[in-house]
Design a protein around this ligand. Structure first.
Ligand SMILES: Nc1nc2c(ncn2[C@@H]2O[C@H](COP(=O)(O)OP(=O)(O)OP(=O)(O)O)[C@@H](O)[C@H]2O)c(=O)[nH]1
Length: 324
């Protein structure tokens, strides 16, 4: 791609990317296409959180990796909206900040023999900022607007991503730290009554508060989705079924105790199962739903595992069937 002085073509290229991975690749391509930029490292904090250290985007960088402490120190230094240059015997290192809404969320480090021309540094800065805006847009498109939980469209993709993770493949079904992945579907009990008695605005507020309780009860690395109106899905890791059930019961109890403004007390029901590589996403959801119905049928405010139902699972129990 030819680079015009304003970098117009790179901006068009970056803003055409609608997937995070292709956007990352586009950024690496754009930066490596800039004149006089050959050796570089791109560090980005994809959580847009100034407390979290950025991580390296171009893993094959020839520049020695920096520690979190070094990176946080550098971010602070470049946060004055400046391109910083440090000269040493071996050459010049240039630090270009990446901004999002006034906060530095990343850094481009370039090592070169001579100082980079000013217009190249400025162009790099524009490209980084366009990337940050596009990344934020992609992140937003995955969220439910009311609750800011992950939306249903993102759910299937995430399950498939988890199932195809390296340490999940084969029959181990083991994830990081020897924990397994679980899927839970959680539904607010008698939610229609909330709408009927207090109106939709209060109903929406209840959905929002339940979403917050859900987020607070799970960890950073778990995934919480708004699956339907008053239905939520959670993908979380646990050592075993007992621990998974305990986690969900803890959430259930926290919600039951929570004083919802105007409405008072509410409960939720849940159904869950361990993710299995033999199942398709629709089948996993169907099984979690069956367990959820069991909770509802047994009086609500309950957690049921799919395995509690004692159903014969033809596919999962047949080791000879190869689905992939
Ligand atoms: N306020 C509000 N209500 C919603 C939203 N999405 C779905 N609902 C309502 O949620 C209610 C769901 O009701 P049902 O599926 O009958 O279930 P329920 O009353 O929760 O009863 P059980 O699930 O059987 O315990 C319906 O009245 C929907 O209109 C939303 O985004 N906001």
């Amino acid at each position: 791609m030819i680079t015009t002085p304003c970098g117009h073509e790179w901006i068009v290229f970056l803003t055409q990317q609608v997937e995070e991975q292709s956007l990352d690749t586009a950024l690496i391509t754009a930066v490596s296409g800039l004149p006089e930029i050959n050796v570089f490292a791109l560090y980005i904090n994809k959580h847009f959180d100034p407390q979290i250290s950025p991580t390296l985007l171009n893993a094959d960088s020839q520049i020695a990796p920096l520690s979190s402490v070094e990176l946080m120190h550098l971010l602070e230094k470049v946060s004055k909206n400046k391109i910083r240059v440090s000269c040493a015997f071996a050459g010049v290192t240039t630090y270009v900040p990446m901004y999002y809404l006034g906060t530095v969320i990343g850094l481009l480090i370039v090592e070169s023999k001579d100082e980079l021309p000013e217009d190249v540094g400025m162009l790099a800065r524009h490209i980084l900022n366009v990337y940050a805006n596009q990344l934020a847009l992609i992140h937003k498109s995955r969220l439910d607007p009311l609750t800011e939980l992950l939306n249903r469209q993102t759910f299937d993709k995430k399950v498939i991503e988890i199932l195809s993770e390296e340490d999940f493949s084969g029959k181990g079904e083991i994830s990081t730290e020897n924990q397994s992945w679980y899927l839970a579907i959680i539904d607010i009990d008698h939610f229609k009554r909330v709408n009927d008695n207090f109106g939709h605005v209060i109903g929406d507020e209840v959905i929002l508060l339940v979403s917050r309780l859900l987020k607070d009860n799970f960890r950073f690395k778990d995934y919480v989705f708004r699956y339907g109106g008053e239905e939520f899905a959670v993908l979380f890791q646990s050592y075993d079924k007992v621990a998974a059930r305990q986690k969900l019961n803890c959430l259930r109890a926290n919600i039951a105790e929570y004083p919802f403004p105007q409405v008072g007390n509410l409960t939720v029901s849940a159904g869950f199962l361990e993710l299995s590589y033999v199942d398709m996403v629709a089948s996993l959801v169907h099984k979690a739903d069956l367990a959820l119905y069991e909770s509802k049928n047994n009086g609500r405010n309950l957690v049921t595992a799919y395995s509690d139902l004692g159903l014969v699972d033809d596919i999962a129990n047949d080791d000879d069937i190869e689905l992939f």
